[in-house]
Design a protein around this ligand. Structure first.
Ligand SMILES: Nc1nc2c(c(=O)[nH]1)N[C@H]1C(S)=C(S)[C@@H](COP(=O)(O)OP(=O)(O)OC[C@H]3O[C@@H](n4cnc5c(=O)[nH]c(N)nc54)[C@H](O)[C@@H]3O)O[C@H]1N2
Ligand SMILES: Nc1nc2c(c(=O)[nH]1)N[C@H]1C(S)=C(S)[C@@H](COP(=O)(O)OP(=O)(O)OC[C@H]3O[C@@H](n4cnc5c(=O)[nH]c(N)nc54)[C@H](O)[C@@H]3O)O[C@H]1N2
Ligand code: SF4
Ligand SMILES: [Mo]
Length: 919
């Protein structure tokens, strides 16, 4: 235990009891909140926000606060390397050394036989900078291929392209302090309340302190973020370029642009001005579905405000015109001079914790370390020299979707997948899964058991994960923080960079013995030092940064060059914002306006597929849920997947609230319950991205989605596809629950997902933790299937039962200490909430048998809105009915007084109730 990780007297006292406190960074979103991890032995016992971290100043959201729940070494983790002896054989455990040899041997064989471009690396924005650096060097300097891409292709690549094309470098120019200094905040295609909650807390606090501040939100849905805005622009998916062009036209027509700034610091405005002439507010209203007057209002607020900050994420990036959307928004800042000054700038929020580090380390097919370009011979030569090799490959690497296409076409034979779950998160799953099936050799390097992609692995490498890893991450505001290990990895798990280096050394011995030395790092700090050198003299230069500086001075923003004024530590204020002097990172120092057209979404709706499906995130789940599914508390907010639709569309389709629907796109189909949401426009639907085939029957949300890509960034249009929805023809339904360890139960019950047209196995906090199982079929299953189901839920000898198996009816409850330990309601699920309420601590019914016969008055189960204080929607509705406003609810129920993640939802519930009363 190093002294630097002990911060205050509490920590020192705790240390006496054997509790260690380690400063690190939350492993979820790109906000990059500092955390303090309390560990005892091999367990994490508590997580606190780090008051000293400048990005969050002690705040954490619901996900960060529940991190301790997710740190476990049992059924949830991959503890051993595994290999598959034959294509359809079951995998067997192998010693790690043997697995590393197998990896190197198979890759060497394929490289010798088919050339280096027959292998591909598919990495993740959740890796640490050190991990990327080693993988990148392995791929390009040793294996000899540029086929090294990441899931950031699905996430940030349009932002990268947008920044580079306009400002000259991939660098967000603003910082989080600008949230407190902005007068107008323009949020486009971002649900900050859910996806970057701590930034939303900072924004809420800023609005309290500065009531004149205005917030505009452009989002097709009335999200919690949009509901909190002064102006919501409910834009039709994919039409942002038209909106931004129209706003620029208003600014130009009303002389709200800064001609002097345009003259001095930019080029290309004249062509763009001709382009936007057609985008009158009325024309944009027709394209975007946003009232012309609101477009005018947004333009005036944006341009007249002393400081305007834009925040944007996937609503812009995940689009077939993602680069143009980014550029068109950046134009508004350039035209008004709203950049390079406090409170202003186009601020792309990063999704994953270290997507930024990946961009810096060249962890994408189209990037090289230090913001270099693999298509540029001089850049390649520089990196080759820094890495100590003669040359780097010139053949362009394959971006994510193209890489999987190449596998399907047989051009790429081996895939090494690290810290990402493409069998759930990539668009057009039918193609992705066919590719994974076809690949000759698939390595999956992951930390958690049971992910969708593991099913396709020929070799599994066990990765250490947060909080077992050491290294660095860069957050959205260009701030580099140390991630520190608090406990040792379980089993044979090793840090990702270490697994990469160990395979690299073995691979070098087989194909290029002289290069084995390239991977003999003593530890993370050496990897970082090598990486930091690649940034010297570049726009992001942090060549003066090393682990010692980060220990001494804490997290630092880049650039951090050697010639900083006032060294050591440098002039932090001067590094907070970029382009303060109006000099951009282009060769001539001028930012560029791009003459970008508005292009409609790639897949129009049609009579056969009349609804526009968008997808995105929920507050308390993270992506494919490998980690968040381990926290019962996080399942309380939303436990099961759904498709939300406008109530009128539901009625027209003959769908009642909660009914099972059949949902189809041109590429795939699945079943899911539907929910009404009047925050959607008619004709739109929304599905959360989180539930894949590890949790529900079918191939998950991306069975439906579209792989159409942006021509520049190659980012797929995950935010829009055309679908058709009709009632599912699944009359027989069953709902059950069993308490216990959700990860072990999911593993044991997984085969049930493949036996029914609709099935879901859902981790739940019910009864202290366990899983729910939901099944549906056209007809009642055979008696032996029902028997097997009872056996799977340990309901062979129930406390109470009401069975009529010939009609498909089986209702059973098993008890432990007077409380349900498991139940099954097959054939009639109407009393599921009543039984659940009992399992969840509610009063026991007078007679369990009467309950199963449906003779007990039904009880509705409440949903938890505030995770910190366990406040339910029912309690909040009761409070509102009793006349409480949001402040009153906070005082009496305490909802929103913990991490604050539920604040926007509570505010929205209050606002809705007022609308309902007024109507
Ligand atoms: N809770 C939680 N937080 C997360 C994550 C998570 O999984 N869970 N993931 C992290 C990651 S990797 C990312 S990338 C970020 C994503 O963060 P966000 O981008 O904020 O989240 P999303 O829900 O994907 O999409 C944002 C919004 O885009 C809107 N949208 C859809 N189409 C359009 C359009 O054409 N135009 C506009 N203007 N808006 C549109 C959607 O309605 C949605 O509300 O979140 C990060 N934070
Ligand atoms: N329909 C739809 N699809 C989407 C999106 C959307 O909005 N809509 N968003 C896209 C975006 S923006 C993103 S970022 C992607 C995210 O998609 P993924 O990257 O597939 O999502 P995760 O669930 O975060 O996957 C991370 C994996 O890494 C593993 N893991 C965790 N920690 C470690 C570690 O330290 N080392 C290793 N080796 N493994 C680890 C986890 O177990 C998990 O399997 O999804 C994309 N897909
Ligand atoms: S906002 Fe929440 S999820 Fe994101 S880094 Fe902070 S605590 Fe973690
Ligand atoms: Mo992302």
């Amino acid at each position: 235990m190093d002294a630097h990780t002990l911060h205050d007297s509490t920590a020192r006292r705790a240390a006496a009891d054997g509790v260690r406190t380690v400063s690190s960074v939350c492993c979820y979103c790109g906000t990059g909140c500092g955390v303090r991890v309390d560990a005892l032995g091999d367990r994490v016992i508590a997580i606190h926000g780090d008051e000293t971290h400048p990005s969050n100043r002690g705040r954490l959201c619901s996900k960060g606060l529940q991190l301790a729940d997710t740190v476990r070494g049992d059924a949830a983790r991959i503890l051993k390397a595994q290999r598959r002896p034959g294509k359809n054989a079951a995998r067997v455990d192998v010693p790690l050394d043997q697995a590393l040899d197998i990896a190197a041997g198979r890759l060497a064989d394929i490289i010798r036989r088919d050339g280096p471009d027959a292998i591909g690396f598919y990495l993740s924005g959740q890796l640490l900078t050190e991990d990327y650096s080693v993988f990148n060097k392995l791929a390009r300097a040793l294996a000899g291929t540029n086929n090294v891409d990441t899931n950031s292709r699905l996430c940030m690549s349009s932002a990268v392209a947008g920044y580079k094309q306009t400002l000259g470098a991939d660098a967000p120019p603003a910082c989080y302090d600008d949230l407190e200094l902005a007068d107008t905040v323009f949020i486009a295609g971002a649900n900050v309340a859910y996806a970057h909650p701590v930034l939303f807390r900072r924004l809420e606090a800023a609005r309290q302190a500065r009531p004149h501040m205005r917030v505009i939100v452009a989002d097709p849905r009335r999200t919690d973020t949009a509901a909190a805005a002064d102006l919501h622009l409910p834009i039709l998916p994919g039409t942002d370029v038209a909106l931004f062009h129209a706003m620029l036209r208003v600014m130009t027509a009303e002389s709200l642009i800064d001609r002097g700034y345009i003259e001095r610091h930019t080029e290309g405005y004249a062509a763009l001005e001709r382009r936007i002439a057609d985008f009158t507010p009325e024309a944009a209203q027709d394209i975007c579905g946003v009232p012309a007057a609101d477009i005018v209002q947004a333009a005036r607020w944006f341009a007249r405000s002393p400081a305007t900050l834009s925040l944007y994420t996937m609503g812009l990036n995940q689009s077939s015109s993602g680069t143009a959307k980014n550029a068109a928004l950046i134009h508004l800042h350039l035209a008004t001079g709203q950049i390079g000054k406090p409170g202003a700038g186009p601020f792309s929020l990063t999704g994953q914790p270290n997507a930024m580090g990946g961009r810096e380390a060249g962890g994408m097919a189209t990037l090289l370390p230090g913001h270099r370009d693999p298509g540029n011979a001089a850049d390649r030569a520089e990196v080759a020299a820094l890495w100590g090799v003669d040359s780097l490959p010139a053949t362009p690497g394959l971006p994510a979707v193209e890489m999987f296409d190449a596998v399907l076409e047989g051009r790429v034979k081996a895939l090494w997948i690290v810290a990402t779950n493409p069998a759930q998160s990539m668009p057009d799953q039918a193609r992705v899964r066919a590719a994974l099936e076809k690949a000759e050799f698939v390595i999956v390097q992951d930390a958690y058991a049971g992910t969708e992609t593991l099913a396709y692995a020929d070799l599994v490498l066990p990765a250490a994960t947060w909080p077992e890893k050491d290294g660095t991450t860069t957050n959205s505001e260009r701030r580099i923080s140390r991630v520190r290990a608090a406990i040792a990895p379980p089993g044979d798990a090793r840090p990702d960079w270490r697994l990469a280096a160990d395979v690299a050394t073995r691979l070098a011995r087989r194909i290029a013995p002289g290069k084995a030395r390239l991977f003999s790092y003593a530890g993370e700090s050496e990897v970082f030092a090598e990486h930091a050198r690649t940034t010297a003299g570049r726009d992001l230069d942090y060549s003066a940064l090393d682990y010692a500086v980060l220990e001494r001075d804490g997290p630092q923003q880049w650039p951090y060059p050697p010639d900083q004024p006032d060294r050591p530590g440098g002039d932090a204020a001067a590094r907070a914002r970029l382009y303060v002097d109006g000099r951009f990172a282009t060769p001539n120092g001028r930012a560029r306006f791009l003459d970008v057209p508005h292009t409609p979404v790639a897949e129009p709706v049609s009579p056969d597929f009349p609804l526009r499906l968008t997808t995105g995130r929920l507050r308390d789940h993270w992506h494919t849920m490998a980690r968040t599914a381990l926290s019962p508390a996080l399942t309380r907010h939303v436990e099961e997947p759904w498709l939300s639709m406008h109530p009128a569309d539901m009625a027209a389709a003959g769908l009642a609230e909660g009914a099972l629907a059949h949902i189809a796109s041109r590429r795939g189909q699945l079943h899911m319950p539907v929910r009404a949401d009047d925050g959607l426009q008619p004709g739109q639907a929304f599905m959360p991205m989180h539930w894949g085939s590890a949790f529900i029957a079918g191939d998950g949300v991306n069975a439906l989605s579209n792989p159409a890509r942006d021509p520049v960034s190659r980012q797929p249009e995950l935010k829009h596809s055309a679908i058709a929805v009709r009632p599912a023809d699944l009359a027989w339904q069953a709902a059950g629950w069993i308490g216990g360890d959700a990860a072990a139960l999911r593993r044991d019950l997984a085969p049930w997902l493949r036996r029914f047209p609709y099935a879901a196995i859902l981790p739940t906090a019910l009864g202290g933790g366990g899983v729910r199982i939901v099944l549906a079929a056209a007809h009642a299953p055979d008696i032996d299937v029902l028997d097997a189901l009872c056996a799977a839920l340990a309901l062979e000898q129930p406390h109470a039962c009401y069975d009529d198996p010939h009609r498909g009816i089986v209702r059973r409850i098993a008890l432990r200490d007077g409380r349900p330990a498991a139940f099954l309601l097959a054939g009639d699920t109407r009393i599921v909430d009543t039984v659940s309420a009992w399992a969840d601590g509610g009063a026991a019914p007078a007679s369990a048998a009467q309950l199963l016969m449906g003779r007990t008055a039904p009880v509705a189960r409440a949903r938890t809105v505030c995770v910190c204080h366990g406040v339910t929607d029912r309690a909040i509705h009761a409070g509102i009915a009793a006349g409480l406003d949001a402040d009153g609810l906070r005082r009496t129920l305490r909802c929103g007084t913990g991490c604050g993640s539920c604040g926007p939802e509570v505010a929205r519930m209050v606002a809705r109730a007022h609308v309902a009363l007024g109507a």
